[in-house]
Ligand binder design. Structure first.
Ligand code: 1HN
Length: 345
């Protein structure tokens, strides 16, 4: 490969003339923006242990009243991007949010898409466009772009959930903003529409309430049962994994980030190929190691880690006699839509 000319090779006078006219020579920076064979990734493999987060989050509950926070969140920031960027990867934001009994996080809507993976506690709920979605451990609740959402808590213990948003990419696109709203009137329906999950969906011709997001709450009891059934019925299946989808179209549940749940059989080791998108792993139940060629994390329940793109990962269930369950989020839908998705095996 040719050595390209450096900035220092150019006369200062010429450089100044360029700068004064908002012009930049490409060649000194060309290899930087277009490195050979594999992208430069700022995303670093990073692990956040729940045992570290939990006491600090509860302390935030004492230090900062909900009225002063709106959303009481500790952000899981990837040091490779700089903590102040508040991003886990190029496209993913992660945060652990605390709601104390009786607290209310007021209604708003915004352009970034969010999901909540419930980590701990009972009695809290998210109301999305008037649909009250109860929160229990492992439930996945969608708050897609533009939909009103607020959180409340009728229980008697702290509730914690993991927020996953596509905020970094929407912010980068200069398309991130929010609008504050009024407390929502809850509709009589529940936030768990069994009719769209059972293989029967309202016929589009007659479905006047057609929505881009027909299902907002994916109850863990159903997801877990589906994974266990899949593992039992298909003993040869290597990766016992489900994708959270829009049940009416079969598409990914959201446009930018993809969401999945995985059952690791007792003692199973599973190699995930090197693919272009970065990936997040969050332990719902059990224990597993997450290893790349370079390093390895051991995840206990409620621990979360992030692995950069173009990196093969081996997951291993550290429980010998029971399955372990992992929630995953990645940037696949975005990469596919942009035409940059790659699987390098
Ligand atoms: C947001 O709206 C929530 O509604 C949580 O709970 C975290 C992080 C950045 C921007 C908006 C929520 C968020 C957020």
């Amino acid at each position: 490969m040719n050595e390209l000319g450096r900035l220092e090779d150019l006369p200062q006078e010429y450089r100044d003339a360029l700068t004064a006219r908002n012009l930049v020579p490409l060649w000194p920076s060309l290899r930087g923006v277009l490195p050979p064979k594999i992208p430069t990734r700022q995303t670093r493999a990073t692990c956040w242990a729940y045992k570290d987060i939990r006491p600090l989050l509860l302390q935030a509950g004492e230090l900062t009243p909900i009225e002063k926070a709106e959303r009481r969140v500790l952000v899981l920031a990837n040091p490779g991007h700089g903590l102040e960027k508040m991003q886990a990867s190029a496209a993913m934001y992660l945060g652990m949010q605390l709601l104390m009994p009786g607290e209310w996080a007021p209604s708003h809507r915004h352009t970034p898409n969010a999901v909540r993976m419930v980590v701990e506690g009972e009695g809290a709920y998210t109301t999305v466009e008037g649909e009250k979605c109860p929160m229990a451990r492992g439930d996945l609740i969608l708050t897609p772009t533009g939909l009103w959402h607020e959180h409340g808590h009728d229980g008697d213990k702290p509730v914690v959930w993991l927020d996953v948003l596509d905020l970094p990419v929407v912010y980068y696109l200069e398309a991130s903003y929010h609008i504050d709203g009024q407390r929502q009137t809850v509709k009589p329906s529940v936030g768990e529409r069994s009719h769209v999950r059972s293989g029967i969906t309202p016929t589009p011709l007659f479905n006047r309430r057609h929505s881009a997001y027909p299902l907002l709450r994916y109850a863990w009891k159903d997801t877990r049962a589906a994974l266990c059934e899949l593992a039992d019925n298909e003993s040869d299946l290597e990766a016992v994994q489900i994708t959270y989808t829009n049940p009416e179209t079969g598409d990914d549940a959201q446009n930018i980030l993809g969401y999945y749940a995985l059952l690791l059989r007792p003692g199973q080791s599973l190699r995930l190929p090197a693919r272009s998108p970065a990936c997040v792993f969050h332990m719902i139940e059990g224990q597993a190691s997450v290893a790349t060629d370079a390093q390895s994390f051991s995840l206990e329940e409620a621990d979360t880690c992030c692995i950069p793109g173009y990196t093969a990962v081996t997951l291993k269930n550290l429980q010998k006699d029971q399955p372990s369950f992992v929630f995953m989020a990645d940037e696949s839908p975005l990469h596919r839509k942009l035409g940059v998705y790659e699987d390098r095996g």
